[in-house]
Design a protein. Structure first.
Length: 231
């Protein structure tokens, strides 16, 4: 009985050992052959929505990041992917791609349409989470750029308004200068006319006085002449 029990236990342990060995072998197969339960070929730690650019560099080597970036670029150029989602914020953005043949998701953060950070996964939930993080990241990164664009537009508008106002000011200044010159000329002419009028008025008064004097003289001569005839 004891011999039978020992034999049964050994057989059970042998089966467990075989199963454990198979599990270990599967766990260390290459990523392209079998992904882990999380499906991450390029794992990254969760990043805050408004962290720095370095947040996306932690948790992975530069070789892995470059490999995923190059792989995604080649897949896009070969038109093997389906674009599921895309977000644009200024020159930054996030994209979620799907490779149906292997059920693989690629999540990318890009700048000026150049892939900057790429995560590869077979877990659609994780891919959506990373995409949301990348979308928020692109929003935060674009804030300064968007503000600069708006300020540049406002500055350009103000400069145009200043140019128009300056041109109008110059026109008004020129018109005012002409008006002042004309006013001065008119004023001088008015003074001259007044002086001439006063002189003419004096001449008229003198002429009237001479006329009255002559009329009186003529009247006297007429009277004298008539008086002489009467004698």
């Amino acid at each position: 009985m004891k011999s039978c029990s020992i034999s049964t236990v050994l057989q059970a342990l042998f089966v467990v050992a075989i199963g454990f060995g198979s599990t270990v072998a599967n766990a260390y197969q290459p990523v392209g052959t079998l992904l882990s339960a999380t499906g991450l070929a390029d794992p990254v730690r969760p990043v805050p929505a408004y962290g720095s650019m370095d947040d996306f560099q932690d948790g992975t080597s530069s070789g892995q990041a470059t490999g995923n970036v190059s792989e995604l670029r080649q897949m896009v150029q070969a038109k093997k992917l389906t674009e599921l989602r895309v977000t644009y914020n200024g020159n930054y953005g996030a994209a979620l791609f799907f490779y149906p043949q292997e059920m693989v998701y690629y999540v990318a953060l890009f700048q000026d349409k150049n892939f900057w950070r790429v995560v590869k996964s077979q877990d659609n939930v994780h891919a959506e989470t990373v995409y949301a993080q990348f979308a928020r990241k692109s929003y935060a990164l674009a804030e300064g750029e968007i503000q600069r664009t708006q300020l540049q537009a406002q500055k350009a508008l103000l400069e145009r308004v200043i140019a128009v106002s300056n041109d109008r000011a110059q026109r008004l200044t020129a018109d005012l200068s002409i008006a002042r010159a004309q006013e001065s000329e008119v004023s001088q002419r008015q003074q001259q006319m007044q002086a001439e009028s006063m002189a003419l008025q004096n001449d008229k008064s003198n002429a009237e006085r001479r006329l009255r004097a002559l009329q009186q003289q003529v009247q006297q001569l007429q009277e004298q002449s008539e008086a002489g005839i009467a004698q």
